[in-house]
Design a protein around this ligand. Sequence first.
Ligand SMILES: NC(=O)c1ccc[n+]([C@@H]2O[C@H](COP(=O)([O-])OP(=O)(O)OC[C@H]3O[C@@H](n4cnc5c(N)ncnc54)[C@H](OP(=O)(O)O)[C@@H]3O)[C@@H](O)[C@H]2O)c1
Length: 159
Amino acid sequence: MIALICAVAENNCIGLKGKLPWNIPEDLKHFQDITDGQVVMMGDVTYESIIGYIGKPLPNRKNVVLSFDKNYQDKVPAEVEVYHNIEDALAAHKDDDVFFCGGASIYKQSIELADTLYITHVHQSVDGDTFFPEIDPKIWKEVEREDKDGFSFVIYKRK
Ligand SMILES: NC(=O)c1ccc[n+]([C@@H]2O[C@H](COP(=O)([O-])OP(=O)(O)OC[C@H]3O[C@@H](n4cnc5c(N)ncnc54)[C@H](OP(=O)(O)O)[C@@H]3O)[C@@H](O)[C@H]2O)c1
């Protein structure tokens, strides 16, 4: 499985100034539960945002960071894997389930490779500077939905 996991506002916004534009603890728990023990792949901006929030890489997950900075591996803990393109990162984890977890530039490049989307639809429009690509209903079919107060957990599968 290659999945994208993301919380998305009604206006497709996902981030503001390197951070999340909302505070939804239940969504963070949802993210933890789904990705626990799995491989998570992210851009270096998202990785540094996570370091800003929790002070360390995501625990109990293989953190894979995409960066064009050829020295980036020297800037992160040894257990974090750095790749300079998505193909090499996926090839190294071809036998694993992989979760792309942001940010916008990584979602844009990986959505065409994915078979599953874990989307938290946040039921508000927010100000921001980073956006999720369109979830084209001709390509993606909703297969599961759990409605909460102010947001919904939805799983899409590629048709
Ligand atoms: N709502 C959510 O669920 C959610 C989840 C994650 C992140 N976010 C938000 O998204 C925002 C960050 O998104 P972003 O697009 O700015 O940053 P990002 O995707 O996290 O990281 C971008 C970085 O990755 C590098 N990169 C891009 N494609 C690459 C590739 N194919 N191979 C190697 N390196 C590559 C970029 O290099 P270049 O700059 O040279 O292109 C850039 O340094 C933050 O606000 C964050 O909070 C939201």
